[in-house]
Write a protein that binds this ligand. Sequence first.
Ligand code: B12
Ligand code: SF4
Length: 438
Amino acid sequence: MKIELIVPAVEENASIPNLALPILAALSPPDVEISFTDDLLTPIRLEKELKKVDLVGITVLSKTALRAYDIADAYRKKGIPVVLGGIHATALPDEARGHSDSVVLGEAEEVWPLLIEDARKGNLQPFYHQEGYTELSTIPIPRRDILPKRGYLPLDVVQVTRGCPFRCEFCSVQNFFGETYRFRPISAVVEEVRQLRHRWMMFNDDNIIGNPSYSKELLKALIPLKKKWFGQVSLSGLKKVEHVELLAKSGCNSLFIGFESLSKKNLVASQKFQNDPAEYREIIDTLHRYGIAICGSFVFGFDEDDASVFEETVSFSIQTKLFSAVFMILTPYPKTDFYHRVKNEGRLVQDQWWLLEKPEEWAPYFIPKKMSGETLREGWKRAWREFYSFPSIWKRFQWNYSPTLINRFVYFPFQWMHHRFTKKKILQGRRRYRTRSL
Ligand code: B12
Ligand code: SF4
């Protein structure tokens, strides 16, 4: 039996290897022949280049749903059955079912082998949903050998936890993982990390240090492996200097941190209680002292945000010398509490925004409280422009202390790339969307 696994792509995807599909490959019986396509690296030409396989599996996020459905429809037209899974397919299984023969809701570890048996018998069920959550000691080492050898950043992606201890209103994670926050056994992580090809790793966890005792053990176990890594963390794990020291010793090079807002009121209203803007500067300084670069993530459009939020946020990001920052417009992802709230308040203007051909052009998809949608959009663009402007790049460079040599070395090329990205993609809106045209 031949199975083709696909990551659909909109243009702005980062060239980082996917982990879900190598896990599915590892869960497949040995006689199944797996092929893999990342639509970012090799765009799928829907009319011409569909593979002759017995089954297609596609992973779906909200941002990639439209493209995923186009690919699925094209394969089904050729009579090849399609299975959809992932965060978006789980949030909206009926929508996904409209473009597939079968939808896997939630984690797939227990149901994927059963699904393959059903597919062999020509008896695919419309929905598969495993009981409970995956016991993380049972997940196999992902089959990274299915991934293309060229085109990705030279790093390996590793997962050690699933779920998150927090409940932020705008986040999709709760709908998917419920109240759970689970960890892989450290010995299994160490065994996997030892086998990796690259020196650099990305932890794709939502929050790698959400549980202090687990993360201490993990970080200690990483020290002798001499890897360099980056990942995403919540601020709660960064308040103790000893913890930051351990992060640095474990090889942490940089962290993606969801600061989200400088307004305590916004954070409380979004149930992001773990963030306290009064602590931001101290945490940033401590990380810098230990040589850890920071990518700050900020969201605009919260209920307390007015037209002053953009300048305030950008000034903060420049003053604190963030290595990089991403600015996002608050987005009502399906099945999040935020989606339900703006809908109930009559403020949702684009309900199924993920099915729009050029979704970014329509954002924000809801009516903000203290400014117009237009002001929000323009302010969001200005924030990108100012943060990646030449004066800002210059001011944020840290001459005299902390950043590791590699971060100093890559600083200017990295900023130049982002300066170009901002100009083309954010300011001029020159995005090439992959939909039916390819
Ligand atoms: C790592 C990550 C990234 C990386 C991706 C790198 C990479 N190539 O893997 C980067 C930084 C690039 C990224 C970018 C973005 N991300 Co992101 N990201 C994540 C994160 C933290 C982990 C994803 C992951 O690898 N999980 C590990 C795998 C093993 O889990 P999984 O994909 O869920 O797969 C399991 C099941 O879902 C199922 N499954 C999955 N696919 C399939 C397919 C089939 C056929 C089957 C049967 C089963 C199946 O089986 C797997 C095993 O059980 C998630 C949060 C999360 N916990 O999921 C957010 C998340 C997916 N990201 C999110 C968002 C919003 C984004 C961005 C839009 C942010 C932005 N504004 O730019 C971009 C969009 C990228 C794009 N256009 O696709 C949201 C998505 C919400 C939604 N409804 O779609 C999430 C859920 C975060 C959140 N807190 O809400 N992201
Ligand atoms: S801390 Fe991050 S992953 Fe956890 S609920 Fe909040 S936004 Fe989601």
